[in-house]
Write a protein that binds this ligand. Structure first.
Ligand code: BGC
Ligand code: CA
Length: 351
């Protein structure tokens, strides 16, 4: 049994995953017709350069390969990179449909644009599983074979805020550098309009104030989930505010790592750094937790999300009731839980 990926229409695929590269090179290009009876899943990524999305795609590829061996059903993943462009993604979805995909998995560039994709998929009778970038409920409800697999944005914000509050309360002398009893913080935000940026920003702060800590926001800005943008932003804040910054709250790990890059560049000793927390539990972020640079993170379970997408795809392809394959809420939603990751429990999350 082997996982086969086709990349002739999606030349960026080899950049995506080293694990897929050799498989891609071994594959013949399938053309328009169905070459075999395999389950063909078209996976449209908003950007393969996104650390979390790339990890999720890799998990999906590995799980598909394992599943193939287990159930004796060929599974072909066709993966495309939309490079932050919704028009490109629409073309890729059209091509997936033209090439006979049985199921689509779509990570929207612009999550407000899902209705068009649902209508195209429904016209071809091809179920569509959105993931990570949540369409509005109206679009999800448009057709019974439309689903969303993700994790609750509010929950992740709450857990991140609790982690920051716990650290602060455990050692106020260390973190409250100016001793005024207030938490002076800066907020690195994800892409504007993304559900995770909006809700994490709100609920992180809410969990901190709910724990009884008063806060003062020194600055906030979007760094679009991006490490380099976050490093540049934090470097400016470090110049402007110096050691007034007591806490750096980040909507994801890549931006927290950007903040760490900027602080490393200042030469300030680690014990004088602000408290930094992130979300995702990516491999480099867990290394930063181990090194004591990142205080904590929150697991965004890419593997669990990939497994749910695969289980749904298999059930839909087999014409089975999807509710038997995954825990479905409201007939359309699969929610994976988040988890707190600190230095203490880190080892149980490392692969
Ligand atoms: C992740 C981010 C990622 C974003 C992409 C979020 O759930 O936490 O790291 O950049 O999804 O849509
Ligand atoms: Ca203070």
């Amino acid at each position: 049994m082997r996982l086969r990926t086709k990349s002739c229409c999606f030349p960026s695929l080899p950049k995506l995953l080293p694990v897929l590269l050799s498989l891609v090179l071994l594959s013949a290009c399938g053309g328009g017709e169905r070459p075999d009876d395999s389950l063909r899943i078209g996976v449209a990524l908003y950007s393969q350069d996104d650390t979390f999305i790339s990890a999720l795609a890799q998990d999906l590829a590995q799980l598909a390969q394992e599943e193939e061996g287990r159930i004796g059903q060929k599974i072909t993943l066709l993966i495309s990179d939309s490079r932050h462009n919704q028009t490109t993604q629409m073309d890729q979805v059209d091509r997936f449909l033209a090439r006979g995909c049985d199921v689509l998995c779509v990570n929207m560039v612009d999550r407000t644009g899902a209705a068009v994709i649902v209508d195209k998929a429904e016209a071809e009778g091809v179920p569509v599983i959105f993931f990570n970038r949540q369409p509005v409920d109206e679009d999800i409800q448009r057709w019974e074979k439309t689903f969303y697999v993700g994790a609750g944005a509010q929950e992740s914000g709450t857990l991140e805020g609790q982690l920051a509050a716990d650290a602060w309360n455990a050692d106020p002398d260390r973190w409250d550098r100016n001793g005024d009893g207030l938490m002076q913080y800066v907020m690195l935000e994800g892409e504007p309009g993304h559900q995770d940026a909006l809700l994490r920003t709100e609920y992180t702060v809410k969990a901190i104030t709910d724990s009884g800590i008063e806060v003062e926001r020194l600055a906030r800005d979007t760094a679009n989930w991006n490490r380099a943008q976050a490093a540049a932003r934090t470097a400016l804040w470090a110049e402007e505010f110096g050691d007034q910054i007591e806490v750096i709250l980040s909507n994801n790990d890549d931006m927290a790592l950007g903040a760490i890059d900027a602080l490393s560049g200042t030469g300030r000793p680690l014990e004088d750094w602000p408290l930094i927390v992130g979300i995702d539990a990516t491999v480099p972020a867990m290394e930063a937790v181990a090194a004591g640079q990142l205080y904590a993170t929150v697991l965004n379970d890419s593997r669990g999300q990939a497994q749910a997408m695969l289980n749904l795809a298999l059930a839909l392809h087999a014409g089975e009731d999807p509710a038997q394959a995954v825990e479905l809420e409201d007939g359309h939603y699969v929610w994976l839980p988040y988890a707190k990751v600190t230095r203490e429990n880190l080892d149980s999350f490392r692969k």
